[in-house]
Design a binder for this molecule. Structure first.
Ligand code: BLA
Length: 493
């Protein structure tokens, strides 16, 4: 039942909500500038003395046409930020192109709004992880100061989609910390993540605001609001924010290699609206950090590959010196355990097992081999064998990396098993992740969980996680051994 609800949430078409948040108004036109939809609050917000129906199928109102003609030609997914005014009232206008339509977001500008200094902070490329973490903290502190919000979190995604708050900045009078807490993947559906990937910020100035409908002649199809920040907020998320005590929220994406790596999530307990230029300033700051993070990761990858190449050269030297596997095995197996932080290693040559350290039993090896048989890339990795292998016998080994069909022996099939012991550890969740939803008393309606109290899970059955690069490294190892093809277990075989 809960699962069904999560699937339901995953299917919510957030970009086709047919409504916006009420702090701005929306005008949608076709690419020729003929209005097809407007938000129901448009006449009010623009103080226009016309009926809404009279705006439809008409050319854009003059002040929008002016901004439109002064804007560069947009392609799908591009945005332009401009300003305009009707009488004394100034507006920030964001124009975006959704592939079929131009969408104008109109935000009245409060003449008294504070100006915010534009980003422009130049971070040097961080030398090490500590310097990187320092810059991240500096970014959160700046965002906290610039926004005047209560708290700012760096919410980093794990490979399985869960996220963890890895850094936090709070106003001095704000109690309670989310630092170190993990939240389940279902807290942010995939469709929402795709939207955050495509936009420089997501701003929700009033978490409990009533949405405003978008009106058009054709009410059967809604305009695609993928690039529109005014897009109304999912009722599920509104309830989530209420349960968390959040009155307004801003999220900024941290993207790496086209993936959402983290969200910077800013909270205020009260509704609070920032101007478009304030949001731009915050986005520029986080983007400056994002670029440095990218540089840091690229350099780190090169350093690791360089180190690995040197380690591989060592292994090659050992093999060359011995000229056969049997006498090289003590050194080679030690090298494998050190290089891949394994607790044990098995080299299976035909029906013979050569092993070192703590390893799987022979019957467990055959179960693992069966699971690995379907892997097409010749490397199969698991950090939880009980979960990933059917009928896995109990074993103190919980994680394995298998390299199949090593080209080492012309007579026998050779497989390598790197084994890791079970590693018991605790994960502290922000609320029970097994109960992402609550059932409302006496009704079938369902809502996000209410409690975000730290909830400690004892994780059993896992080994220490294999790094995301392990697969590449093992494929490289396989290629290296390919060059050493002439080896066999015994030189005289
Ligand atoms: C969106 N959920 C979000 C967002 C965050 C979170 C950051 C982005 C929008 C925003 O800025 O608020 C979750 N917020 C968190 C987490 C922390 C935080 C984990 O501050 C930790 C500190 N939510 C649920 C369930 C569903 C759900 C069960 O808990 C439904 C399956 C849905 N979350 C949901 C939806 C959105 C969302 C639909 C998109 C909201 C939008 O952009 O309109």
């Amino acid at each position: 039942m809960q699962k069904g609800f999560i699937e339901q949430c995953e299917q919510e078409q957030l970009h086709l909500s047919g409504a916006i948040q009420p702090h701005g108004a929306l005008v949608v036109s076709n690419l020729q500038g003929v209005v097809s939809h407007v938000s129901a609050n448009v006449t009010n917000l623009l103080t226009l003395d016309v009926r809404i129906e009279h705006l439809l199928d008409q050319p854009l109102p003059d002040f929008l046409e002016e901004i439109h003609t002064s804007a560069p030609l947009l392609n799908k997914g591009e945005r332009y930020v401009g300003q305009g005014n009707i009488g004394q009232q100034e507006f920030d206008v964001i124009i975006s192109h959704n592939g079929e339509q131009l969408i104008f977001e109109l935000y009245p500008v409060d003449a008294h709004a504070e100006l915010m200094p534009m980003g422009g902070e130049a971070y040097p490329i961080p030398e090490d992880r500590q310097a990187l973490e320092g810059q991240c903290q500096q970014l959160l502190d700046s965002l906290l100061a610039l926004s005047g919000f209560d708290r700012v979190h760096y919410y980093r995604f794990m490979p399985e989609g869960d996220g963890e708050v890895t850094a936090e900045a709070r106003q001095s009078d704000v109690n309670g910390s989310y630092l170190g807490l993990r939240f389940p993947a279902s807290d942010i559906p995939q469709i929402a993540r795709q939207l955050y990937l495509k936009n420089p910020w997501r701003s929700i100035p009033n978490a409990s605001a009533e949405p405003v409908a978008i009106v058009g002649r054709d009410q059967t199809s809604h305009p695609n609001l993928t690039w529109v920040d005014l897009r109304s907020v999912s009722p599920v998320h509104q309830e989530y924010m209420a349960n968390m005590g959040v009155g307004s929220a801003i999220s900024l994406p941290i993207t790496q290699a086209g993936e959402l790596d983290a969200l910077i999530s800013c909270h205020c307990s009260e509704p609070k609206q920032l101007t478009v230029s304030q949001l731009q300033a915050m986005s520029a700051l986080s983007e400056a950090f994002n670029l440095r993070l990218r540089d840091y990761k690229a350099r780190r990858r090169l350093q690791v590959l360089d180190g690995l190449q040197r380690q591989f050269d060592q292994a090659k030297t050992v093999l060359m010196r011995h000229g056969e596997l049997e006498s090289a095995w003590p050194e080679l197996s030690r090298w494998l355990m050190d290089t891949f932080s394994a607790d044990g290693v098995i080299l299976q040559v035909g029906s013979e097992y050569h092993q070192r350290g703590v390893v799987l039993s022979a019957s467990a090896v055959s179960v693992v081999a069966e699971a690995a048989r379907f892997e097409t890339s010749s490397v199969w990795i698991s950090d939880n064998l009980q979960r990933d292998c059917a009928d896995m016998p109990l074993s103190e080994i919980a994680g394995v990396a298998v390299v199949s069909d090593l080209p080492l022996d012309q007579y026998h099939n050779v497989n390598l098993y790197l084994c890791r012991l079970e590693h018991l550890y605790e994960v502290t969740w922000g609320g029970n992740p097994d109960k992402p939803v609550d059932y409302r008393h006496g009704s079938s309606a369902i809502a996000p969980r209410r409690s975000f109290e730290a909830w400690v899970e004892q994780r059993v059955g896992h080994s220490k996680p294999w790094s995301s690069s392990t697969r590449i490294y093992l494929l490289k190892l396989r290629a290296l051994l390919q060059q050493a093809k002439s080896f066999s277990w015994k030189a005289d075989e």
